[in-house]
Design a protein around this ligand. Sequence first.
Ligand code: IVH
Length: 725
Amino acid sequence: MYTPQEEKKLIEESKKLLNISIKDIKDKQTAKELAHKLRDIINYHDWRYYVLANPVISDYEYDKLFKLLKDIEQKYPELITPDSPTQRVASGLTKEFPQVKHLSPMLSLENSYNEEDLKEFDKRVREITGIEIVEYSVEPKFDGAGIALVYENDLLVRGATRGDGIVGEDITPNIKTIKTIPLSANFSKYGIKTIEIRGEVLMRKDVFKKLNEKRLEEGLPPFANPRNAAAGSLRLQNPKEVAKRKLEAFVYQITYAVDFKDNNLLGTKIKTHYDSIKMLYELGFRTPLKEMKVCKGIQEVIEYCKEWEEKRDSYPYEIDGMVIKVNDLSLHEKLGFTSHHPRWAIAYKFKARQATTKIIDVVFQVGRTGAVTPVAKLEPVEIGGVIVSSVSLINEEFIKEKDIRIGDLVLIERAGDVIPYVVKVIKEARTGKERPIVFPKNCPSCGSPLVKPPDEAVYRCININCPAQVVERIAYFASKDAMDIRGLGKSIVKRFYELGFLRKIPDIYRLPYDKIKHLEGWGEKSVENLKKSIEESKNRPIYRLITGLSIRYVGKVTAKKLSEYINCVEELKNWSTEDLEKIPDVGYVVAKSIYDFFHNEENLKTIYELKELGVKTCKQHKETKLSVFEGKTFVFTGTLKCCSREKAQELIESLGGHTTNSVSKKTDYLVVGENPGSKLEKAKKLGINILDENQFLNLIKPYVKELENLGNYEDKKIDLPLFRN
Ligand code: IVH
């Protein structure tokens, strides 16, 4: 934590240093002083950006300061300190993670599932302590990977996984890449020489979603949930790769402190759990301080837990419950521990998003790239309000690893907006009648032999004319992520394919409407609607067309990046793999795939055919951004009635504005939909313009034809165009 004066000074100094380059530094003494100053400044900006999510300088300015520090350290390597922000990402690979004994055992928590359990816990606490109304601090139970951090003489010396609770794995190089974990902290101010802190490494839900989208594009198996993604990322051998995963960490418990009076937190100003978390917060850690509530008595605890259970979906991180801790630290000693958990804390687990059900059958689906995925058909079961009747079994390895068989009782989890997955097989319920899952040798759609490339985990059908693949590719072209043709879903594509109306992508633009209107389930009106949405799709931004082409490894994210570098899709035929590799995040494999795609006659023919049929393959004036909202930053919170958040964001961007996901001083407008999140409070505090949905629509009205004659928009679904027309 910084005082306002300190912040002012750091910001002023940042500005001054922006004009300095390595050439201006003539002697080592100046370099030393400057490096020291830069470290303080960069640590401050990291804290603003990563802990507070509220930066005060631009990324460009930050990069400049960081580069100056790097340049100084390169010129005078003897000036490098172990806690320099440049030392976060080590080069080279970590061959293995050494085993380390935790300073204090990493115990678990006792679980509770309802009010009665919590009342029972409170009763026990009251009996042991003799206190009538106990004060509890209540905080989220983060669903990530548990870690233990050790600081010695103010320096982070170790970060370890939980392991078996006694011995964990030393993953320090990976832990250091997490920017919410300070590399040094002023514990000596509190008289602490050695301290062990526990926390959780997490991946934000939106980061997780993007990571999985990218993995799927790359033909890699997706992570089942943010917890697995965080845990898996922490064990990568290359810290550079870990740094790319955008991990974050919350710390929530001091478990060991030497030289603190009596070897614990007592006898100092820190008398409560809340104070200990506040101390960590003030030392620069990310803590659940804001999420935490000190409650008097168990009834208040119960209410707070329920409040969080309601809003867990809108919280950016996965949480699976709340943790209730006796607030007064002197009572912790009185209550003590069992061999499994502390008696001064309990977890209140939210209603499970898990259920057990039976696998009735396994079918094999052929995707648009020919990958064959096993899908288990389940006895339908409700999980968190949604009926789940099938679940992907990912690939053969997954099936082998979990030993999944047809007829098995399995535990299914569906976390937040994550797709359901099989956690485990309940082997105890086996009857002996379960059948092994046999992978087909031939494509279930076209019968051609399946192949398994040696470096891949999936079987593929390599017949590009395979009907299942063709249907998937056409349906993907029309999907929401690509050309967004409403009314042309997979089942309709399949029907039109079987009828011979749709054999390849360009056929979409020459559908025989006069025949379709006579089909069962179709009529004048529905044909009119389909025709309209197909017509509209001709003017989509080009990244949507690129996405729709099903180029391997190129999904929406990469397509968007690519489109920034070109004017027309067909230009890509002139790009070499070297040119392509210069685009951020495009590596050799992706570049080669794009290159191959645009050097295939059939593919080029498809693009030219689409062009002839009226599909825009070049950026239009709408895509060369308008400047109405030039320099203005919009943030959205809550659900809009008119349209999806994505559409609203795209529209703002097409009008020259900028959209981000978090509120900061730089935000110009916060657009508030239903059930807004914490962004609203923050925007109010910062005095940012707040627009309700109606005001937002009024603001963009002059530029959007669809809004012209609508009068009062309240509660109306509006078909916003992706770009002004
Ligand atoms: S306190 C000595 N607080 O939940 C007690 N644990 O199921 C230390 N967890 O192993 C634990 N959020 O990894 C605590 N706010 C929180 C937590 C939390 C998540 C994890 C932790 C623990 C597991 C128990």
